[in-house]
Design a protein around this ligand. Structure first.
Ligand code: F6R
Length: 609
């Protein structure tokens, strides 16, 4: 959470910083600011509110400079305010920092620095970094940041400038991401690659304990002890156009509509229909490791956790191994029992979620192998796992995850098939049958999307409702959970999801005419059971909207409205059923005038605990 950016090069500085911050705004958007250096003078502008407010302020009263920093904030220490907005300065105002993360020992440091005479102006933990660097500054900013970094406890990606050591940006990483873009006569540092791609495709990802001293000609990399590092320069294939709205009103809607392409891209090169095989050698785990796996533990947060629930069923059904799914935030504090026959699968769109990364680190020495399913190339999670299975969803800008959910399920189904194949748990004809069905998914999702207008019309009737219940069983339960999460996070409407069979154990008490229920009810092994749940709701005057198979002639007799999806292999139904639920949540939020792409209190990448 929080986005940092820094630029040094020939382009007009403030527009580069502001455009970069817009691309990082998903990481936090309660306040923002920039610091620029012109000659020897540092100027700072901070505002409460989004980047648009900062942009307006800079338009009304421009700043000029040849290099500088920018920040978009998601508050942790200190309420959102202009004073607490970054950049933060030392006592002289000549040394400036921006920070993503949490400094856990900031109170101790603040006390000590105060006693030494430093004057603090804000409630933030970040300000101690500025004063600590000031304390150690002897004319070399790189050396001062290095010494300060050794005293900081907690998570930080920090970028600093000092007018007394000019035309230099120093960046240090321990936890949250920091990427350096190496352009032609220009260098840019950022929390992710998106702001960099418009300038250059050549990037270097910093690891924990590493720092870079940047000038217009490139960067010098060292560890926190000052030992020089020969870092690998990677070339990123993402096209900057991927991060435009392309005519859609919101990124979220664009991303919902990208799902057919995303499934296709995530399958591409990984399936051989001729051989009836999944080809996942890219994960990089030996057959020996996979053959000895007796159990899988899937670990993730939020939407990725919901994809993990679907993955659990894929693993049980296709790989025939026991699988459990854990919240990363809970897992890391449990005495979780695992052994060298346990395969750990961590799922994270961003590849940077602090809890998921911590769970990965906790399990890595104790299991057979950790496989990461992630969308972010060279992210911390990708780099630390034993093997990686990338989702090829492209950049997801809407804070609410949509296309990455379907991409994650695609990857997990492939992983389960691969394991099933390698362990001899599946017959060749079964593998082929599922693979053929998966190849047809993009086309079927397109069919669901072609009915988006029907969902929009339906949503119009429910805009003013305050509570919704979602029900599903077996593979439809993750879809129900995901539908409810989408609605609550972007419309701020109370929505709860339950496994259908659990309804009678409590939630049924909520049912009345003011609490509509969305049921996910494809024709599968729990269809009849869901019909009983539906009857129980109807008996209590509940209004029911059903996502159901389009060939199901019966369902319309039991419910009030049907949102049809094409028939599909029962195991793969959540790929289709989740789509009308995403659209329903989107339409309600958009009609309520909510800030769909940047819902309140949220951030796309949760790099703090
Ligand atoms: C919901 C959402 C979050 C994320 C969660 C995990 O729409 O986006 O619940 O799924 O914060 O993030 P990643 O997948 O980046 O680890």
């Amino acid at each position: 959470m929080c986005g940092i950016i820094g630029y040094i090069g020939p382009k007009s500085l403030v527009p580069v910083l502001v455009e970069g911050l817009k691309k990082l705004e998903y990481r936090g958007y309660d306040s923002a600011g920039v610091a620029v250096v012109d000659g020897g003078a540092v100027s700072i502008r901070r505002v409460l509110g989004k980047i648009a407010v900062l942009e307006e302020s800079l338009r009304a009263d421009p700043l000029r400079g040849s290099y500088g920093l920018g920040h978009t904030r998601w508050a942790t220490h200190g309420r959102p305010s202009e004073t607490n907005a970054h950049p933060h300065i030392d006592c002289t105002g000549e040394l400036v920092v921006v920070h993503n993360g949490i400094i856990e020992n900031y109170l101790d440091l603040k006390k000590r620095l105060r006693e030494e005479g430093h004057r603090f102006r804000t409630e933030t933990d970040t300000e101690v970094i500025a004063h600590l660097i000031e304390k150690h500054f002897r004319g070399d900013l790189g050396a001062a940041v290095r010494t300060a970094a050794a005293e900081l406890e907690g998570a930080f990606a920090v970028a600093a400038i000092a007018s007394r050591d000019p035309r230099k940006i120093v960046v240090a990483k321990n936890g949250p991401p920091a990427v350096v873009g190496l352009g032609d006569g220009e260098t840019i540092v950022s929390s992710d690659i998106n702001p960099i791609l418009v300038h250059t495709s050549k990037v270097v990802f910093l690891e924990d304990g590493e720092m870079a001293v940047i000038d217009g000609n490139g960067a010098k990399f060292t560890d926190f002890r000052g030992i020089p590092l020969d870092k690998k320069v990677e070339t990123i294939g993402w096209n900057p156009l991927m991060i435009e709205k392309r005519g859609f009103k919101h990124f979220m809607l664009k991303e919902i509509f990208e799902q057919p392409e995303v499934i296709r891209d995530t399958l591409m090169g990984r399936v051989s229909l001729d051989a009836g095989e999944v080809l996942l050698d890219e994960i990089g785990l030996t057959e020996g490791v996979l053959a000895k796996v007796r159990r899988a533990v899937v670990i993730a947060c939020g939407t990725s956790y919901h994809a993990g629930l679907a993955g659990q069923i894929f693993l049980e059904t296709l790989a025939k191994i026991p699988a459990s799914v854990e919240y990363a935030s809970e897992f890391r504090y449990r005495d979780f029992l695992m052994d060298k026959e346990t395969l750990v699968v961590v799922i994270s769109q961003s590849g940077e979620t602090a809890d998921t990364l911590a769970a990965l680190r906790a399990s890595k020495p104790r299991c057979a192998a950790v496989v990461a399913v992630t969308n972010a190339v060279s992210s911390s999670i990708a780099r630390e796992a034993h093997g990686v299975l990338y989702t090829h969803a492209g950049p997801e800008i809407g804070v609410a995850a949509t296309k990455t959910f379907t991409a994650q399920m695609t990857a997990l189904a492939l992983l389960a098939l691969d394991l099933g194949q390698k362990r001899g748990a599946l017959e060749a004809k079964d593998v082929l049958g599922i693979l053929e069905e998966m190849q047809r998914l993009p086309h079927k999702v397109e069919r669901v999307l072609s009915r988006a207008k029907d969902v929009e019309d339906l949503a119009a009737r429910f805009v003013s409702f305050s509570h919704f219940l979602y029900l599903g069983r077996w593979v439809s339960f993750p879809a129900a959970l995901e539908g409810a999460l989408k609605l609550k996070e972007i419309s701020y409407i109370h929505a709860e999801a339950y496994a259908g069979g659990e309804m009678k154990h409590g939630p049924i008490a909520l049912i009345d005419e003011k609490m509509p229920t969305l049921v996910v009810v494809p024709k599968d092994r729990v269809y009849e059971k869901m019909l009983s749940n539906i009857a129980e709701i109807k008996a209590r005057a509940g209004y029911i909207l059903a996502v159901a198979g389009e060939a199901d002639a019966e369902i319309a007799r039991h419910v009030d409205v049907v949102l049809p999806v094409p028939e599909v292999h029962p195991l793969l139904s959540p790929f289709l059923t989740v789509v009308p639920l995403q659209l329903f949540a989107y339409d309600i939020a958009a009609k309520r005038g909510a800030d769909v792409d940047q819902p309140r209190n949220l951030a796309k990448s949760v790099t703090v605990e």
